[in-house]
Write a protein that binds this ligand. Structure first.
Ligand code: ZN
Length: 64
């Protein structure tokens, strides 16, 4: 299944992963989100794994 997460405006970058369950998707999106944040938002305050996970859970979209 395809899952995605859209980074909050004004970024609006869409992170996409393939996963077999919501849990797996969130795990992968946390990794993708950390990489995206390091690359696109270096000035963003450090966000913990738990916070990132919460954000991904709240914004998780199923399908493309
Ligand atoms: Zn972003």
């Amino acid at each position: 299944m395809k899952y995605s997460f859209t980074c909050p405006a004004p970024c609006n970058a869409k992170l996409k992963v393939d996963a077999n369950s919501d849990d797996e998707a969130i795990r992968k999106l946390v990794v993708a989100g950390m990489a995206h944040a390091a690359e696109a938002h270096p000035d963003m305050d450090d966000i913990s794994d738990a916070e990132m996970r919460k954000m991904m859970k709240a914004g998780l979209e199923i399908g493309s």
